[in-house]
Write a protein that binds this ligand. Structure first.
Ligand code: WT7
Length: 635
């Protein structure tokens, strides 16, 4: 039996039991057999959740790029490592082999060194989804610089805040980016950001759109000539397992973004292990995750996890709607993609469109489908299952967080029977607990509570950069000796987990706890509804009442609104009970969303509560324009 690759349910349970009985022996075996270490660890795990301090493979030495690139060269040097699919279908895809990737990463690493970047320095990367993004990440890791990728859709203010928070010396960007039919002036945004970030000495600029940009003398340098001048060999910096690998910012429920710090050895082991199992990755597969590398999903499951397994990983520069809503499926057909991993919000958007966009492509190469980022509703799940997977591809509903580094709860395809809207079972080594408000663990099945994890896993974030107290307060103070996820979950009769949404989104109506996600699921079942968001607003008698924002499908636009409201409440009553009925229903053209596709409930809550004075910063929203409309039409 191999711990590393689980193939059926019985094996999952065996491996899981073993992983929980002796986590250190379990992870040690995996680390020893599947990775390249320059020096072995002194101890597998040392931790203390009260400080909190967590160390995996302490004393070990390695370089993650040796594991992701060098060790593949003699067996799969000519295999495609990164398959770059450009924004425009008319531009040719690029197949970058492991050997080419090695040369490019080494050259880039040499450029970093020649520009004065040393081990431990922070480098902010603000690039679109072009090969230079993955290469620059790996180049930082090659020399031990700490990368901090900022999603290239963030504003200058958001970028500058992050640069300053981690004290970056260098920014890597491009002249601009393509996004569907549009181009974006990335370098202009960087210039604005740097007005407020004086610590940045060097800006490396990749050429992508050939736009005419300003280059600041002494600070800004074109990347290409620098690369061309460098050797294609660069000895990897030998890192300690607990040396920082990267910082990635995530928004907290309040305040400044949190710079989650991930370290080297444990992150590598866990992302590689979960990639292999959750996607049942096999040597000749072509794996595609549609996320942007600016998010943790891209770090762990476009770059590090796949490359550590010697996989072919697709990097897609474009958007699902360009040149039309069939683009995803056109790319699946073209590259014979075997695993496809995307977000529920993308699935819902595509499900609204004509089915011809899907059916005209041959999707028979697909074996496994995945979702991540938010709860997937039943309707979207079935659409994905029926029309994309042809009912033959297990859907892995993967639950995890920026903070967790890798997937914690997910089905293992062909082993765990899936169940719509359920993330199902914990990965080996993950010990979930459901907690009540009094800090007591809730045992048994058919229960719900706050989701915590009782024991460390190798890729847990080690701190918030520069603010260890906030790390402790946010994740280790709500429940004693546990990592608190901020999510609510229920455990069904067989022990499957379903994530019910952030607990900060739980609304208590007449003393009943109602998760927003199940209500939204119910509403979305209505044939005229495309998407919805529920928030609470103060109510004299019930404490809180429910306010629903509903986007109609085109087919619903012509319907009588009052009848629709009644029907929506009827669906809720049928799915959950009359307690969950909505007091107010507002039909809206869109919902305010973050760049990662999450609904900004904070804004919706304020509007529902008639508290529009302080909506906070809406500039980083994907669609700030919908906010004004929602305010005007508010009930
Ligand atoms: C939050 C973390 C993990 C990469 C992308 C998001 C929600 C994530 C699921 C899922 C229900 C999910 C949780 C979590 N979430 N995956 N499969 N089902 N909810 O990373 O931005 O750090 O957000 O996303 O609420 O806490 P993130």
């Amino acid at each position: 039996m191999s711990n590393y690759h689980i193939k059926h349910l019985e094996e999952y349970f065996q491996v899981y039991r073993k992983s929980v009985r002796n986590p250190e022996a379990f992870w040690e075996e995996i680390a020893e057999e599947h990775f390249m270490w320059r020096k072995k660890w002194n101890s597998v795990l040392e931790y203390d959740f009260t400080k909190p301090e967590i160390k995996w493979f302490d004393g070990a030495q390695l370089n993650i790029t040796e594991n992701c690139i060098d060790r593949h060269l003699h067996i799969r040097g000519d295999k495609t490592a990164i398959l770059f699919e450009p924004n425009s279908p008319d531009e040719e895809a690029q197949h970058i082999t492991y050997r080419e990737l090695h040369a490019k990463v080494c050259q880039f690493a040499n450029v970093l060194k020649s520009q004065g970047i040393k081990k431990g320095d922070r480098v902010v990367i603000y690039l679109p989804m072009i090969p230079e993004l993955a290469i620059s990440i790996l180049a930082c890791a090659r020399i031990g610089a700490v990368h901090s990728v900022v999603f290239a859709g963030f504003s200058a203010i958001a970028l500058s805040t992050r640069i300053n928070d981690c004290d970056a010396k260098m920014v890597i960007t491009s002249d601009g980016s393509y996004r569907g039919a549009k181009t974006i002036d990335l370098k202009g945004i960087v210039d604005d950001a740097l007005e407020d970030s004086p610590g940045v000495a060097t800006v490396l600029v990749a050429k992508r759109i050939n736009s005419d940009i300003q280059m600041k003398e002494g600070r800004d340098k074109w990347l290409l000539p620098l690369l061309d001048a460098e050797s294609t060999e660069c000895e990897p910096e030998i890192m300690d397992a607990e040396d920082p690998l990267f910082i990635l910012y995530t928004s907290g429920s309040t305040g400044r973004p949190k710079g989650m710090l991930h370290t080297t050895g444990g992150y590598m082991v866990y992302t590689a292990y979960t990639f292999k199992n959750v996607f049942q990755y096999k040597e000749d597969d072509v794996y595609w995750c549609t996320a942007d590398i600016g998010w943790i999903t891209g770090h762990s499951y476009i770059v590090y996890g796949p490359l550590a397994n010697g996989a072919t990983t697709v990097m897609f520069e474009g958007v699902p709607s360009y040149p039309d809503f069939g683009r995803f499926w056109e790319v699946v057909q073209k590259h014979k993609v075997t695993q496809f991993y995307t977000a529920p919000t993308a699935i819902r958007a595509l499900a609204k469109e004509n089915l011809d966009f899907v059916t005209k492509y041959d999707l028979s190469s697909l074996k496994v489908l995945g979702t991540v980022g938010e709860p997937i509703n039943e309707e979207a799940w079935h659409w994905y299952n029926d029309h994309v997977g042809d009912k033959k591809c297990p859907i892995v509903d993967t639950w995890w967080q920026t903070e967790t580094g890798g997937i914690l709860i997910s089905p293992i395809p062909f082993a765990t029977p899936t169940k719509p809207t359920y993330a199902t079972l914990p990965m080996p080594g993950i010990q979930p607990a459901l907690m009540d408000e009094n800090g007591k663990e809730i045992f048994g099945n058919q229960v719900d509570g706050r989701l915590c994890i009782k024991f460390p896993w190798p890729s847990i974030a080690r701190t918030i950069w520069g603010d260890h107290k906030r790390y402790k307060d946010t994740y280790f103070s709500a429940f004693q000796d546990m990592y608190f996820t901020g999510d609510g979950a229920l455990r069904d009769e067989v022990g499957y987990y379903r994530i019910t949404g952030r607990v900060d989104d739980v609304i208590i109506v007449s003393g009943h706890n109602l998760g927003t996600a199940p209500i939204e699921d119910a509403i979305n079942e209505h044939p005229a509804v495309a998407e919805s968001a529920i928030v609470g607003f103060p109510h004299d008698i019930k404490g809180n009442a429910l306010y629903g924002y509903v986007i109609l499908k085109e087919t619903g636009e012509s319907r009588d609104r009052e009848n629709l409201k009644k029907e929506i409440n009827q669906v809720i009553t049928e799915h959950i009970g009359p307690i969950a009925k909505l007091d107010k229903i507002q039909f809206v053209p869109g919902l305010p969303k973050t760049r990662s596709g999450k609904i900004m409930r904070r804004i919706l809550r304020k509007i529902a509560s008639n508290d529009m004075g302080n909506l906070g910063d809406t500039s980083t929203l994907l669609n700030p324009e919908v906010v004004e409309n929602i305010i005007q039409e508010r009930l």
